[in-house]
Design a protein around this ligand. Structure first.
Ligand SMILES: [Mg+2]
Length: 407
């Protein structure tokens, strides 16, 4: 069976924000530009690393003291999830000016169908990709890498092949030569155990994978990997999903660690990331949160969980951070090895339940300012950020009563 011989049966673009959280901080605060910077100070571990900091060997998950040893002048900052969400929305707004068929895959990456746009734009797909890239980079000041090919899996591999600021185009007729340069373990969706299995079958590159006949390969593979085999050969198995989900009963985030740990600070950092991510997603869909369920999972697969209920639904976890930390410390046992943390938020309600306006006392102003930021696309980041951060300092002392229920 031949690998796709037509160059452009359809054209799919993958747009990826490079070192997104770090790049957003550098764009929003010009004095951080071109400097080694790490996001994650609030959790004690690196969650995003600027390209200048990567040059010092800093990697994701590294602890702050390790980072300081590698690069003493590295700038360590707290993540600003409102700001990241705002940049993300702007990125997708720009992408939608080119194509109505857009999938928001995650906060910093998405797909769009650009089939048939060559004529209206009087441009090749590569020129369209570079135009989108320039548009986003100039408006937001963050580096973007672009991949264009004939399926989502191929477009994603293309954008990953050259970062930052790459624009890689793989037409159908060049699939084989492109995939020859991609190690099988680097393919999107192939984890370490699948890569090890495929290596045993003599597959070392993505090209080896697509050239192995399905009759020989498929007995070893589950459905997602069979789909991947077809996608990498140029057959669309995953259509662009434009139906961004917009109603939720609950929102969950978990993090499983590569190595089980007893480290209290590390566990709290991971759990805090889960909590912030849940609330950020809830806010994006206009929800306030009444129930928060936190858990730790031990090396023996035992779950230790606690549920919290707010008497007034909340949108911002920072104001309740001390309470979350106390809850975590009550669950944590220093001699136990843990393999995962997680958070689920539930009892989601639409709209603002706490009335707030700019005329209230300063500590109640923060939500109004955040809301202004979230709903507007034309704000000047610098000014609003200053307001937000000034207000945030005061909101740390705001307390709303909470019930704690052991489960
Ligand atoms: Mg990215």
């Amino acid at each position: 069976m031949p690998v796709c011989i037509h160059s452009w049966p359809q054209a799919i673009i993958h747009v990826d924000g490079n070192a997104f959280f770090a790049s957003v901080m550098q764009a929003a605060y010009p004095h951080y530009a071109n400097k080694p910077l790490v996001v994650g100070k609030e959790r004690g571990i690196a969650t995003a690393i600027s390209y200048e900091a990567r040059a010092y060997g800093i990697t994701r998950g590294m602890q702050m003291h390790e980072i300081r040893l590698l690069c003493p002048h590295c700038i360590l900052v707290e993540g600003d999830y409102e700001l990241f969400s705002l940049f993300s929305q702007r990125m997708f707004t720009i992408l939608r000016t080119y194509s109505p068929t857009v999938e928001e895959y995650s906060v910093d990456e998405g797909f769009a169908d650009i089939t048939g746009l060559r004529r209206p734009f009087h441009a090749s797909y590569e020129e369209i990709g570079k135009k989108i890239q320039n548009d986003i980079q100039h408006s937001l000041g963050i580096p973007i890498s672009i991949g264009i090919s004939i399926t989502k899996s191929l477009a994603k591999l293309a954008s990953e092949s050259k970062k930052p600021r790459g624009c890689t185009v793989v037409p159908g007729k060049h699939i084989e030569s492109f995939l020859a340069s991609v190690p099988i373990a680097h393919v999107w969706g192939i984890g370490p155990s699948t890569a090890a299995l495929l290596t045993k079958l003599g597959i070392h590159t993505a090209r080896d994978f697509i050239l192995m006949p399905s009759a020989e390969l498929f007995p070893y593979l589950s459905k997602p990997f069979k789909d991947l085999w077809h996608e990498l050969r140029g057959t669309v198995m995953h259509a662009i999903d434009t139906n961004t989900k917009n109603t939720y009963q609950s929102i969950s985030r978990t993090r499983t660690f590569a190595h089980p740990t007893k480290d209290r600070n590390y566990l709290w950092a991971q759990l805090r990331e889960n909590i912030e991510a849940c609330f950020a997603k809830a806010r994006r869909f206009g929800y306030s949160v009444a129930d928060v369920h936190l858990f730790l999972k031990t090396q023996q697969f035992r779950y230790i969980a606690t549920s919290l209920r707010f008497s007034t639904p909340q949108r911002y976890p920072l104001t309740q951070l001390d309470q979350f930390e106390k809850t975590f410390l009550a669950m944590y046992q220093q001699k136990t090895l843990y393999r995962a943390t997680g958070c689920t938020v539930g009892k989601l309600s639409q709209g603002e339940l706490v009335q707030s306006s700019l005329f209230e006392t300063p500590h109640k102003r923060a939500p109004a300012i955040y809301r202004t930021m979230e709903n507007r696309h034309d704000i000047t980041f610098g000014t609003s950020l200053w307001l937000a951060s000034e207000d945030r300092k005061t909101t740390k002392h705001m307390r709303i009563p909470m019930l704690t229920v052991r489960v």
